[in-house]
Design a protein. Structure first.
Length: 469
């Protein structure tokens, strides 16, 4: 007997989006996944059970109306699904590529446990690429309202805030310190996960909405916060967090030891940097850390013809913070993993070049405050691992504000994150913030959520007739 349509989750298996072969994708930096075709998208969307209390919505930081656009896609009503998808997200075609859906919406799918969860990320990507192909992405704005806002930083937080404000009729100017807009979407995330043309396409949407971009301008150096407050009705800080957490072991200053972000930036964008070129071809590369930045380094080094690439991480696979999808992609492409391993020191030769990592085996103890089991060293388990390049991917903190700048008026917490109220406003009236500058390094989708909230609060603040500065 044919199962009713509400049981498609049991009748139809989950399908992953098409993925290029390992040999093909290691030869370039192009995206490894492609889109569902229309028939597959409809079939996969039909697996959604349309539950009364959708966990996928509560599991999504943006509260995307997932079951609603799933139902529309299953019926082939793509234009309506596009409108619903874009109502809650400013960059769904980007988030669908870089969000760890297996930890967010898909992890909260009620089908999970009885069958493989709905392919939410791949379906979201399909419908939003469909939107661009069929000219369904709106660039409409409200009439100019006579007010202006300065947005500092052009990463996900800055772009999302600018987008929301432009829709409300604000004259928005984005200030970016680098010569290319996009923040870490362009500079930090490799193109095999997010091709640069995808970000450029979204930036062009903002330009059509009237958003102005001023590039190569650094807040605290080329201009000050007081200048912005004098010339704009409000300011949003979406600078991000790009100060790398250091490797604090003997030998960290040896040649061949680098932070992850400079390595990724050099391979991502084609413009000169003020740090030395990092070459890994033919070398043994060790990546320290277990997050998404570490996965990006592993996969980038493999594409740059490293002889051997290994990830050294002090916890086990279950406690690794990085995306499971990216872990398995790295594994497929040839990366190796040394779990429960912690670096004690870096060893070098007479020329001051790193040659080995002195490591110790770890065991997991009781869970910490975030529920992750705390590692401790196993006595007598030290060993040396050969490495000619070491990439440190321990995460990032906000860059401290210049002490002589008016930015120093903004209250920060003990680790340098900007303190905001429930409306994302800082201790300085009229200055709002969100994303990594507030949270520390986190997912792009949280930056988008903060930015949308801040834009709403900025509109309320300006509408109350608050004076500039």
């Amino acid at each position: 007997m044919e199962l009713p349509s509400k049981y498609q989750w049991a009748e139809k298996d989950r399908v992953e989006p098409p993925k290029r072969s390992v040999a093909e994708r290691l030869a370039d930096f192009l995206e490894i996944y492609s889109d569902f075709d229309e028939a597959t998208a409809r079939e996969q969307a039909a697996r959604c059970v349309q539950c009364s209390k959708p966990g996928c919505v509560s599991g999504c930081p943006l509260s995307n109306r997932i079951p609603e656009w799933m139902a529309l896609i299953a019926e082939g009503r793509f234009a309506e699904a596009v409108e619903m998808s874009q109502a809650t997200s400013n960059m769904p075609e980007i988030c669908s590529r870089i969000c760890p859906q297996e930890r967010l919406c898909e992890a909260s799918c009620v089908v999970e446990g009885r069958a493989e969860p709905i392919s939410i990320g791949a379906i979201e990507r399909f419908i939003n690429e469909y939107a661009f192909r069929h000219d369904l992405v709106s660039t409409a704005t409200a009439p100019p309202n006579g007010h202006s806002v300065a947005v500092v930083g052009s990463g996900p937080a800055g772009l999302a805030c600018a987008d929301e404000l432009a829709k409300l009729g604000y004259a928005v100017t984005i200030f970016e310190s680098l010569p290319v807009p996009g923040g870490l979407l362009v500079n930090g995330i490799p193109a095999f996960k997010l091709e640069k043309s995808i970000v450029e396409r979204r930036i062009n949407i903002l330009k059509k909405r009237g958003v102005e971009f001023r590039l190569g301008v650094t807040l605290g150096k080329d201009m000050d916060l007081d200048d912005l407050l004098a010339n704009y009705d409000a300011v949003f800080l979406g600078i991000g967090a790009q100060q790398a957490k250091p490797l604090d072991v003997p030998g960290a200053g040896l040649k061949g030891v680098y932070q992850a972000l400079p390595f990724l930036m050099q391979k991502n964008v084609d413009y000169p940097f003020d740090f030395p070129k990092i070459e890994v071809a033919g070398k043994r590369v060790a990546v320290l850390g277990g997050g998404d930045t570490a996965m990006d380094c592993l996969r980038t080094a493999l594409r740059c013809q490293a002889r051997e690439v290994v990830c050294i991480y002090r916890r086990d696979f279950e406690n690794m913070p990085g995306s499971r999808k990216e872990f398995f992609n790295a594994l497929e492409e040839g990366a190796r993993f040394s779990f429960l391993t912690n670096p004690l020191a870096l060893l070098g030769n007479d020329a001051g070049e790193v040659t080995h990592i002195r490591c110790v085996r770890m065991a997991l103890g009781e869970p910490d405050s975030q529920g992750r089991r705390k590692p401790h060293a196993v006595a007598g388990s030290e060993f040396d691992y050969p490495a000619e390049v070491v990439l440190v991917a321990f995460g990032f903190d906000p860059v401290p504000f210049p002490p002589g700048s008016s930015l120093a008026k903004i209250a920060v917490n003990k680790w340098g994150g900007v303190v905001v109220d429930s409306d994302q406003m800082t201790s300085v009236p009229g200055v709002f913030s969100g994303g990594d500058l507030v949270r520390g390094a986190n997912l792009a989708v949280f930056a988008v959520r903060d930015a949308r909230k801040a834009a709403k609060a900025i509109h309320a603040y300006v509408s109350r007739g608050q004076p500039k500065g």
